[in-house]
Design a protein around this ligand. Structure first.
Ligand SMILES: Cc1cc2nc3c(=O)[nH]c(=O)nc-3n(C[C@H](O)[C@H](O)[C@H](O)COP(=O)(O)OP(=O)(O)OC[C@H]3O[C@@H](n4cnc5c(N)ncnc54)[C@H](O)[C@@H]3O)c2cc1C
Length: 266
């Protein structure tokens, strides 16, 4: 079986600035980040490397102030790693670099706009000149070779799915299934000519949705299945896939968010 190639990077904390805000749809906001610290920079006597992101599903951690105190806890930069404070702990959320252009010093992140979240709320109110800290990516999974790619994700995975579709060669055989909560979430995607792209309406509370999508799919040798979505749907998919490992396909399945009811948040 082919090994997945991963390139690791020294983990670096950077302070960046919002240099662009654009609505891709009523449900997704693009934030363009810039600033000197996306390039190589020097801080507290340390030489820190330029930002790099090479894989479709890389992720960075964004740090936010505690909404109750407005104060922010940040990790401290070490040599190639970060030291994490315990008290107060950091508040961070993961996002996918949608594009990075080292020559123009721009990093693009696309945020699902949803109610009640620190990160979603930050994106909804973001303005040019706002500053934010981010760390990572600590590694990039380089495009794995496969005879067929089956890519499944919900709206939070749309940036990663868009990366996959853009990075795969034109000759790739790929099916992408994108789960959206509203028709308004559809955005144009650049993809290999023969890609099959299916947009499906779904309710994030529907935990068997991923299983339903793969149940009748052949997952044998040569197939690469990538999926990312809400926790319970992912747990159900993992349980379904466990006995299917023998079929020979490769599975890369991740939880991207957790649906919490109001009473759980109190
Ligand atoms: C590797 C990785 C990459 C990711 N990339 C992206 C990305 O590029 N773009 C992106 O938008 N998200 C992405 N996510 C998902 C994102 O990190 C989560 O949605 C995160 O929980 C949002 O944080 P928040 O502070 O807005 O909400 P939280 O504080 O986590 O949650 C607050 C409330 O909002 C609800 N909630 C959280 N996320 C969503 C959602 N997406 N839709 C509806 N309700 C929600 C929760 O159920 C809860 O009720 C990624 C996650 C991972 C692990």
């Amino acid at each position: 079986m082919n090994q997945i190639a991963v390139q690791r990077f020294p983990i670096t904390l950077r302070e960046v600035e919002v240099i662009g805000v654009e609505d891709l749809s009523p449900r997704m906001r693009r934030i363009v980040l810039g600033g000197e610290q996306l390039g190589a920079f020097r801080k507290d006597g340390r030489e820190l490397p330029a930002f790099q992101s090479l894989g479709p599903d890389d992720h960075v951690k964004l740090f936010f102030p505690d909404p109750r105190t407005s104060s922010i806890a940040l990790p401290q930069q070490g040599d190639g790693r970060l030291h994490w404070p315990d008290d107060p702990p950091t508040i961070s959320r993961e996002y996918t670099p949608r594009a990075h252009d080292a020559s123009s010093g721009r990093l693009i992140l696309d945020f699902v706009l949803h109610d009640g979240g620190i990160a979603g709320g930050w994106a909804a109110g973001a303005q040019i000149g706002d500053r934010i800290h981010l760390a990572g990516p600590k590694a990039s999974m380089l495009l794995p070779a496969a005879e067929r790619y089956l890519l499944i994700g919900d709206e939070t995975a749309l940036p990663a799915l868009a990366n996959w579709l853009e990075m795969l060669p034109d000759t790739a055989t790929v099916t992408a299934i994108i789960l959206i909560g509203d028709e308004a979430a559809r955005i144009p995607l650049k993809a290999p000519e023969s890609a099959e792209i299916r947009w499906l309406l779904h309710d994030p509370g529907q935990t068997d949705v991923l299983v339903g999508l793969v149940r009748d799919e052949p997952l044998g040798q040569g197939v690469y299945l990538w999926a990312a979505a809400e926790r319970k749907a992912v747990e159900a998919l993992r349980a379904h896939l466990a006995p299917r490992k023998d079929e020979g396909g490769r599975f890369d399945v991740s939880t991207y968010w957790t649906l919490r009811m109001e009473q759980e948040m109190a």
